[in-house]
Design a protein around this ligand. Structure first.
Ligand code: ADP
Length: 646
């Protein structure tokens, strides 16, 4: 019997399981039962697809058999089974997709660059084992010998895979009466801390199945010993107690979403979510909704408590599981979720859907469209309510998935802006807290016409903008747009509840108060040579130079006019293949500032060189304040040095 070695990373995972100090080793049973349930699902799909009427769902069963004499626990199913190749491929490598992050994180050799020790890594690993489950290998947390006998559906031969742990595994021909898989675990010896023999006790097995696998929709059966009274003429009272064996179904099989709402505890939903959607953290929100009528359905939806590791990759796919009267007919139905709610996980169960519905049919299914529209409304309502009832929780959700809502506003030419715009939050200049647009409007100053915003990379950088200071000094609340998408989605909205958005960096914000109008006109006349000289010196990098009445301490700032703002210019130029986009730059100058006064004086003294240095310095500092790059850093240094030398 030839021994084969595990693939390197599988071996490490296996080592981790064998030496696990994790306290909830009991989850191995959940993992194995879940694999059996999947194997039954697979056989069922396959029979639907191929029109094979030989497969009877009513016969599907998962059986548990404890045997104290041989110290073994057997779990068997009559599902799809595995061929010898599949045994090799599936049990010789980690298959579970959800354990990708586990692989990435835990299976690197030696100490990481981040300095975390092996002990710290082991602690993190055990955490993940407990909450994630890592599938089949978890058997090695409790067993020192594992045998898997399997016969694939439609095949006559069976095979046995056996492993005692890290030193490898073997696969050999075997016998099995029907298709399916039987896993025999030889339990480890008991220690002071760990009583593995408990897993052979009926009460313990019942407890674990109720706790972790109650909703599995195939019967999980166990042969149990029962007693009954039978007539016995020889006995004193004419009766005697007799023991007999019977297969008991241990799980209720009732899907969690079909149970009476009052009977399901929040922990039950959380546990269900974690096992079914392979997350290690409780969901941030659970939504359960039922609709009765022309089209009836129940939906159980979850919003994850954190961003899935693959959320921002191409691999991430949105969708909900689709059930027809409790039977899963599709693992991921994209048609049920709009893109802007793509972070929602969960399922929809409807009795009105046909069992063998195909993908193509689904796209045109009116029933499905109806459900999607309803779910969209429901999710929206729940989010809005969440924002009201649990602000802290909502803000955390928003930090995770808020950008998706903003993209939703921008996407499809703003088609969904009305649905989404009251769900978004921005950091505000007031206390730097998050505000919604409704909250902003509610506390607008009486004479305030616009919703003011300022865009930049970070809150700190935005606050350094002279324009922001000017607006805040006037007592306006300013929304800080720190995400690339912010200005784009704002452009789609244009206004909110009839209040227009206005960037503080817009050139037409430069006017200051109305009573300054006269002063401004005067300043424009007085500084005409200054303005002309700057235009001439800076050239076509700017489209205008204007007098600004809003700059208290700063000599200048950069603003823009037209459709594209300075921030949008940055964003667009970061996109692949989209270089060369330019905002219309306007240099605002403060006639009261010393630099402008100096420039005016040097011009009057006909000192062209010094004047030009001042002009370039003004422009470059305005560019830097806006978070943009200057064209000629060496030139700036030369200008500074020459002016200091004067
Ligand atoms: P996962 O179930 O997440 O894919 P596992 O390590 O638990 O990861 O299982 C690996 C693979 O082995 C499964 O994907 C499945 O193909 C196969 N497998 C495990 N248990 C069974 C079973 N009882 N019947 C059929 N195939 C199984």
């Amino acid at each position: 019997m030839s021994k084969k070695q595990f693939k390197a990373e599988s071996k490490k995972l296996l080592d981790l399981m064998i030496n696990s100090i994790y306290t909830h080793k009991e989850i191995f049973l959940r993992e194995l039962i879940s694999n059996s349930s999947d194997a039954l699902d697979k056989l069922y799909y396959q029979s639907l697809q191929s029109g094979d009427t030989g497969v009877k769902r009513g016969d599907f069963v998962i059986e548990i058999r404890p045997d104290k004499d041989s110290r073994t626990l057997t779990i068997s199913d009559n599902g799809i089974g595995m061929t010898a190749e599949e045994l090799e491929k599936d049990l010789g490598t980690i298959a579970r997709s959800g354990s990708q992050s586990f692989k990435d994180d835990m299976l690197k050799d030696g100490d990481d660059a981040d300095g975390s020790s092996q002990a710290a890594k082991a602690a993190r690993a055990t955490d993940i084992i407990g909450q994630f489950g890592v599938g089949f290998y978890s058997a090695f947390m409790v067993a020192d010998d594992v045998q898997v006998t399997s016969r694939a559906y439609g095949q006559s031969e069976a095979n046995i895979w056996e492993s005692k742990g890290a030193d490898g595994y073997s696969i050999n021909p075997a016998a099995r009466d029907e298709n399916g898989t039987t896993i025999v675990l030889h339990l480890k010896e008991d220690t002071d801390d760990e009583k593995y023999s408990e897993y052979l006790e009926e009460y313990k097995i019942r407890e674990l199945i109720r706790k972790y696998s109650d909703y599995v929709h195939y019967p999980i059966k166990m042969m149990v010993t029962k007693t009954r009274q039978v007539d016995d003429p020889n006995a004193e009272d004419g009766k005697r107690t007799e023991s007999y064996q019977e297969l008991d179904t241990l799980n209720s099989m009732e899907p969690i979403w079909k149970r009476q709402k009052s009977k399901v505890k929040p922990e039950d939903y959380n546990e269900y979510y974690k096992t079914k959607f392979m997350d290690y953290e409780d969901p941030a929100k659970v939504i359960r909704t039922s609709v009765e009528g022309v089209s009836s359905y129940t939906a159980l939806l979850f919003i994850p408590g954190h961003v899935p590791y693959d959320y921002y990759t191409k691999q991430y796919e949105k969708g909900l599981q689709l059930y027809s009267s409790g039977v899963m007919i599709m693992e991921r139905c994209k048609e049920l979720l709009p893109d802007y709610f793509n972070f929602v996980k969960g399922l929809v169960d409807s009795q009105d859907l046909s069992l063998n519905i195909s993908r193509e049919m689904l796209q045109h299914d009116r029933q499905l469209k109806f459900i999607e529209k309803n779910l969209e409304k429901k999710i929206k309502k729940e989010l809005a309510q969440w924002m009201k009832d649990d602000r802290e929780g909502y803000e955390k959700f928003f930090a995770n998935f808020g950008n998706q809502l903003k993209y939703g506003i921008y996407d499809n030419f703003g088609m969904n802006k009305d649905l989404l715009s009251d769900l978004i939050l921005f950091t505000s200049s007031k206390e730097k807290k998050k505000v919604s647009l409704d909250e902003y409007i509610e506390r607008m100053k009486e004479d305030q016409k616009y919703i003011y915003y300022a865009a930049g990379e970070t809150v700190d950088k935005i606050e350094m903008l002279p324009q922001t200071k000017a607006a805040v000094d006037k007592g306006y609340e300013v929304l800080y747009f720190t995400d690339d998408i912010d200005e784009f989605s704002m452009r789609m909205m244009q206004n909110y509840k009839e209040k227009e958005f206005k960037s503080v960096a817009d050139e037409d914000m430069s006017g200051g108060a109305e009573e300054d109008a006269e002063k401004k006109k005067q300043a424009e006349e007085d500084n005409k040579p200054v303005i002309d000289f700057i235009k001439e010196t800076i050239g076509d990098k700017i489209s205008d130079v204007i007098i600004s009445m809003r700059l208290s301490d700063n000599p200048c700032c950069l603003s823009s006019k037209g459709e594209i703002s300075l921030e949008m210019e940055k964003t667009l130029n970061r996109m692949p293949g989209a270089g060369g986009v330019k905002a219309d730059r306007v240099l605002e100058i403060n006639p009261e500032s010393d630099v402008i006064k100096k420039l005016k004086a040097t011009l009057e003294a006909d000192d062209k060189d010094t004047s030009a240095s001042y002009a370039r310095l003004l422009y470059d500092q305005a560019v830097l304040l806006s978070g943009l790059e200057i064209d000629d850093p060496a030139g700036l240094a030369a200008d500074i040095n020459s002016l200091i030398g004067k």
